[in-house]
Design a protein around this ligand. Structure first.
Ligand SMILES: *[C@@H]1O[C@H](CO)[C@@H](O)[C@H](O)[C@H]1NC(C)=O
Ligand SMILES: *[C@@H]1O[C@H](CO)[C@@H](O)[C@H](O)[C@H]1NC(C)=O
Ligand SMILES: *[C@@H]1O[C@H](CO)[C@@H](O)[C@H](O)[C@H]1NC(C)=O
Ligand SMILES: *[C@@H]1O[C@H](CO)[C@@H](O)[C@H](O)[C@H]1NC(C)=O
Length: 280
């Protein structure tokens, strides 16, 4: 890439290019770049109006990319912008009701985008829906718990599963389900381990795999990476422990391969950055 970045986003566009946006270097950046896998090269594309890291990027049904919130180096943002892949340019769209960083975004079956949680100096339980037809945001039901550094998964039944995260320095084992038809969250089974900075992956079986993350033992000042993994069964709403990863890791990446296996790569363990990878 032309610029070093972390806490950026990466999205695969309908034309096969990968759009990378924003992130932190020292402060946040507003630049974006496109990767063409045929040539293995990066080209700079239009810049966002705001520098942002710890934001979200979601692909809309019309092929545009919606970027929301994030941290601009001084504060969390309410603003959102749309990337047009045909023109390579950004336009401002409606702002969220609440400024957020370290939140999540999930695209619903009807095309709206649900953002949930995050932080902006306080920890957020609120959630809101973006309507791509009107370019506006509407608050929807609150989660029962404020959370950031959580994950979301869209289940086969259309419900959105929110998993773990942190509420201030408290690591969460709880999970909640959002029903897009009612706009209401309900608590579902809790994980065996509280965790933030984990990954979740929807498996071909319909279950959700949660892997690794960080946790903090009561009385300890520092968090510790986890090697544990668990499976969520949407039919029963319960979690069961599955085999451990070989290496404890947080802030890693999980990618579902075409053969259904989940590839976990890198991350952080006890201050050491990891180059190892494992398959589930
Ligand atoms: C990617 O690069 C190839 C080779 O130059 C080019 O033919 C193709 O059009 C590029 N893809 C896009 C989506 O621009
Ligand atoms: C999707 O459904 C939600 C909940 O009924 C609704 O608030 C939202 O406006 C719908 N979005 C679109 C694009 O129709
Ligand atoms: C949602 O939570 C916020 C505080 O985080 C509160 O101000 C608001 O009234 C709540 N909304 C509902 C519908 O309970
Ligand atoms: C997984 O690792 C934890 C400690 O990290 C250990 O307590 C537990 O027994 C392990 N589970 C299995 C199934 O090996």
């Amino acid at each position: 890439m032309s610029v070093a970045r972390y806490w950026h986003t990466a999205s695969t566009l309908a034309n096969g290019l990968v759009l990378v946006t924003g992130g932190n270097i020292v402060g946040s950046v507003n630049t974006a770049e496109l990767y063409n896998s045929s040539t293995g090269t990066w080209t700079t594309t239009g810049s966002m109006s705001a520098a942002r890291g710890d934001h979200t990027a979601s692909i809309l049904a019309n092929g545009y990319i919606l970027v929301t919130g994030g941290f601009n180096g001084a504060a969390a943002l309410k603003s959102a912008e749309l990337y047009n892949p045909s023109s390579g340019t950004w336009t401002i769209t409606g702002s969220m009701n609440v400024a957020r960083e370290d939140h999540t975004a999930s695209t619903l079956a009807n095309g709206s985008v649900l953002v949930a949680g995050g932080k902006n100096g306080v920890y957020l339980n609120s959630a809101e829906l973006y309507n791509p037809l009107t370019g506006t945001w509407t608050l929807t039901g609150n989660m029962s718990t404020p959370r950031y550094f959580h994950t979301t998964s869209t289940l086969e039944n259309g419900l959105i599963l929110v998993v773990g995260g942190q509420n201030s320095n408290v690591y969460l084992d709880s999970a909640e389900l959002y029903n897009p038809s009612t706009g209401i969250w309900t608590t579902t089974g809790s994980m065996n381990d509280a965790r933030a900075h984990h990954t979740t992956s929807l498996l071909a079986t319909g279950s959700v795999l949660v892997a690794g993350g960080s946790n903090r033992v009561a009385g300890e000042f520092h968090d510790a990476a986890l090697n544990s993994a668990e499976l969520y069964n949407p039919s029963t709403g319960t979690w069961t422990t599955t085999s451990n990863m070989s290496i404890a890791r947080e802030i890693h990446i999980a990618s579902t391969l075409a053969n259904g296996k989940v590839l976990v790569t890198g991350g952080l363990y006890s201050g050491v950055y990891l180059n190892s990878a494992e398959l589930y």
